[in-house]
Design a protein around this ligand. Structure first.
Ligand SMILES: *Cc1c(COP(=O)(O)O)cnc(C)c1O
Length: 498
């Protein structure tokens, strides 16, 4: 299979090359030239382990990896780093199912792909006889940064640099990043929001002078953001796995549709659901759930994408975003893979901050429903589900749960079971949990707050937070957006005497 850029169909690469490069140099994202159709013998798939399902799905997308190489990557990624051998448990909560994607080392769903990405990248380097050191450059709204560093820490032949918004992440998220070990890991806080970090990172990727300068030193950029296909396709796996669990339990018959409600930020998770559907997974509706940053909700209602609006800081920081990068891929498919139309929309977004998708293309998006949950509604939802089902959701998951609740009476939603994609452990956002359950935390220490969440959930701390409060702070860089390039050069030792 060949991957081509959304902005120019002549820019093509193999899967392994696309993983190494991350983004296309024309500013576009890589998409598969043909989306494979899987045969889906559900009697068989129902008994697959997570690893077997990963192989079943990924071999269709990463076609220049040998079967042995792919199996080795999968085995190395989905092992005891996860706190359950099931990897992605499906839990019944009320009338819905929650697909818990937070059992990995950093207790957020980013682990589902970032545990495998380093292995895919090393293998891709081998396949292409790539001798350069790979410099992973990543913007994070909190979860990607930690998960990517945990994955790449001390991986030979790589260096990783993470930028995060100083005021835009939770205290646990920040602490997780600042305590990251590994000689090759670098964390930089910026004065600005996630969009500022992400657009600057994209600019650095597409800076030809910088690219040359790196090449002169046997260095090459790649991305750990969900723009990288090595992030995207491992995320297709859990949609299949969740469906297979419902078949196994006898909840649905093979071929019956299910809905997924997905707490959405950069549109990577839900886009993986779209690709799962396109490969033949029976998905009815994909619910795109937003927080107070309703740019995607508004887009799905009106066809107009408009980032000219205030950036809201919320209790679901990993969804605080106004430019959802992966939406570009969906738009590309919606406009009939016409890269001219797509490019003109994206250029308009870049220059004017908005674009409008004509209604004849909007109809292509019929399997998506969009909703949002305000801050108040999110807190309320955590409380309501706790009282009904004795189950505590993190604030991101609560947004998806509330979005479903608002849409549940619609015919197309009501018709199918709904799976809520659960993207983070409540231990990652303990303050929000206590606020939702109206527990006064004004006199509680950080440790007491975690203890309290432990009592309420009846669960022990995950290993990820257990030592966090005592771990030494190892990073202290803080810069303006304008200095991000200099910071990269400084970290790579490239800014002295050229
Ligand atoms: C990243 C993240 C999201 C948003 O996922 P996208 O793929 O960016 O849409 C939602 N919840 C949590 C906890 C996350 O870390």
């Amino acid at each position: 299979m060949i991957y081509k850029s959304t902005r120019n169909p002549n820019n093509t690469l193999t899967a392994s090359q696309a993983i190494l490069q991350g983004l296309s140099q024309d500013g576009g994202l890589f998409v598969p030239s043909d989306i494979p159709r899987l045969t889906n013998n559900w009697q068989e798939l129902a008994n697959y382990s997570y690893q077997e399902m990963a192989f079943y799905v990924l071999k269709e997308f990463l076609t220049d990896f040998s079967e042995d190489e792919l199996r080795a990557c999968i085995q190395a990624a989905y092992d005891e780093k996860f706190d359950t051998p099931i990897i992605a448990p499906l839990v019944k909560v009320g009338t819905n199912y929650h697909l818990e994607l937070f059992h990995g080392p950093t207790i957020a769903f980013k682990d589902m792909a970032l545990t495998i990405l380093p292995y895919l990248m090393k293998t891709a380097a081998k396949i292409n006889h790539n001798e350069s050191k790979i410099v992973i450059l990543t913007a994070t709204s909190g979860d990607t940064g930690k998960a990517a560093m945990a994955g790449f820490a001390d991986v030979e032949g790589t260096e990783i640099i993470v930028f995060y918004p100083k005021e835009g992440v939770s205290s646990i998220q920040e602490r997780q990043m600042l305590t990251q070990e590994g000689q090759n890991t670098h964390v930089v806080a910026i004065h600005g929001n996630f969009d500022d970090a992400q657009s600057k990172v994209k600019e650095l990727f597409n800076d030809p002078v910088l690219r040359e300068q790196l090449a002169d030193h046997q260095l090459q950029f790649s991305s750990a953001n969900s723009m990288n296909i090595g992030r995207l396709f491992p995320q297709v796996v859990y949609y299949y796995y969740a469906y297979a669990q419902l078949i196994k339990a006898g909840t649905i018959q093979a071929g019956e549709e299910v809905n997924f409600s997905v707490p959405t930020g950069n549109f990577g998770n839900i886009l993986a659901g779209y690709y799962a559907q396109q490969t033949g997974l029976p998905i009815g509706q994909l619910i795109c759930a937003s927080n107070d940053n309703t740019v995607l909700y508004d887009f799905f209602q009106t066809g107009t994408y408009d980032r000219n609006r205030p950036f809201e800081l919320t209790i679901s920081p990993s969804m605080d975003i106004l430019v959802s990068s992966n939406l570009e891929r969906l738009i590309y498919h919606a406009v009939g893979e016409d890269s001219k139309i797509l490019s003109s929309l994206m250029n308009q977004l870049q220059e004017e901050g908005h674009y409008h998708l004509e209604s004849n293309y909007q109809v292509q998006l019929h399997d998506f429903l969009a909703e949002f949950a305000s801050q108040g509604e999110t807190l309320q939802e955590i409380k309501e589900v706790y009282e009904e089902s004795d189950y505590i959701m993190d604030p991101h998951t609560a947004v998806a749960s509330k979005a479903w609740r608002k849409l549940q009476d619609r015919e197309e939603v009501e018709a199918n079971p709904t799976i809520i994609i659960s993207t983070a452990s409540p231990f990652k956002f303990p303050e929000a949990i206590l606020d939702a359950l109206t527990v006064d935390r004004s006199s509680l220490s950080d440790k007491d707050i975690l203890e309290k969440v432990s009592q309420l959930t009846g669960l022990d701390y995950p290993p990820a937070v257990e030592h966090l409060l005592e771990a030494p702070i190892l990073h202290n860089r803080l810069v303006d957006v304008a200095s991000m390039k200099d910071e990269v050069l400084d970290i790579l030792n490239l800014n002295k005497g050229k």
